[in-house]
Ligand binder design. Structure first.
Ligand code: 5AD
Ligand code: FES
Length: 369
């Protein structure tokens, strides 16, 4: 065996990696990459099994108060029809999820902070709990908020929160956001801390293949997830959106295929490092490869988020160009995904929340339960 192969093998024997080791693993190709994927698939099988849980995704509004330079629904994008689902439409989507035995839903929207948003979401949470007999798990993904707002929503029944940090390198964070108080790296970290302390299963994630991003940055992102002790993670490739300022830098990007590949390697390495967390197979993977999400499931991901937003709005929640499944209905998404999951030699679990085992362990370690 040559020395490089031996080195990769040696690293894969461990489950705590140094930054240099992660950089090396992110650089694997060919046979060595297969070794990495075999290992991560085995870790998944051992600690999670072949299971995949659904989170029915309701993108309930594309109105956003922020201006992230990469995002298609940024406030400054005037080429976009804004929408906001009615409460009835949101509840109907939640009911669809419950009737179809999805264990959980995820409510996602642009980022807005206001009294109105706070009480609207609080009210929706109570009503969703009511219509599902308390059985539907609820993830929120509605951005940075004050701790008391997070607490209010937690008390109303939300138990998971996704807030992607986007990049853990603060210089890179600054380059891909406007430089002002509304886009403050430290506040984002503060929010993540608050969520964790309140008791949410807390998820974060990053984009992969951003302009100015290095392999070392990505290795740093994985170390951050470990140090921060996240319960869930959603990472996806960065995909340019023509109506955003960051497209100006498209010339220097990695080809889409390489961003895709790098995302799979990030998922695989994270699965080896954090065996019992929930990892999402992000929709953006499918924008690059028609079976991208299934590939992610095979090598480590265990969560899929079928889109159950009413069809007529889907085209307007375009975070990036070429977003898949924007012209399908919720029923289509389910049968399509189920077939896809079985292709990935995995199986959808219905009627269960599918909580991250990591969460219970973390809470015990913290002496909270
Ligand atoms: N490419 C890929 N992902 C994007 N997101 C926003 N814009 C893009 C883009 N251009 C992701 C961000 C955000 C999530 C909802 O969508 O990571 O947190
Ligand atoms: Fe909406 Fe970034 S543009 S949160």
């Amino acid at each position: 065996m040559d020395r490089y192969r031996m080195k990769v093998n040696q690293i894969l024997e461990k489950d705590n990696f140094s930054k240099d080791e992660i950089v090396l693993l992110l650089g694997t190709e060919g046979d060595e990459k297969i070794l990495l994927f075999k290992k991560s698939a085995a870790v998944k099988e051992k600690h999670i099994g072949k299971k995949v849980w659904f989170r029915g995704l309701i993108e309930f509004s594309n109105v956003c108060g922020k201006d992230c330079l990469y995002c298609g629904i940024r406030k400054g994008n005037k080429n976009l029809k804004r929408y906001n689902l009615s409460d009835e439409e949101i509840l109907a989507a939640a009911k669809f999820a419950y009737d179809n035995r999805y264990g959980s839903i995820a409510l996602q929207s642009g980022e807005l902070e206001s009294q109105l948003v706070t009480s609207r979401i609080e009210n929706l949470l109570y009503r969703i709990k009511e219509l599902s007999d308390g059985k539907l798990g609820i993830t929120l993904s509605v951005g940075e908020q004050k701790p008391e707002v997070y607490k209010k929503w937690f008390d109303a029944g939300a138990h998971r929160y996704l807030l992607r940090v986007e990049s853990t390198n603060r210089d890179l964070y600054r380059k891909i956001h406007p430089y002002n108080k509304k886009h403050d790296f430290d506040r984002r970290l503060e929010c993540l801390k608050n969520l964790q302390e309140i008791g949410y299963q807390t998820g974060t994630g990053v984009m992969i293949g951003l302009p100015f991003q290095t392999i070392e940055d990505l290795a740093g992102d994985l170390l951050f997830m470990n140090d921060f002790n996240v319960d869930m993670c959603g990472m996806g490739p960065y995909i340019e959106h023509a109506d955003t300022p960051l497209t100006e830098y498209s010339g220097n990007l990695l080809p889409l295929r390489e961003r895709f590949d790098l995302t799979l390697k990030m998922i695989a390495i994270l699965r080896i490092m954090m065996k019992d967390i929930n990892i999402v197979a992000a929709t953006a993977l499918q924008a690059i490869d028609p079976v991208g999400r299934e590939k992610a499931v095979k090598i480590g991901a265990n969560i899929l988020m079928p889109n159950i937003t009413p069809g007529k709005y889907r085209d307007s929640y375009k975070l990036y160009d070429n977003k898949p499944c924007t012209d399908e209905s919720a029923e289509d998404c389910q049968s399509c995904l189920e077939a896809r999951v079985s292709l990935a030699d995995a199986e959808v679990v219905y009627g269960e929340w599918g909580d991250s085992k990591h969460y219970d362990k973390r809470r015990k370690d913290e002496g909270r339960i």
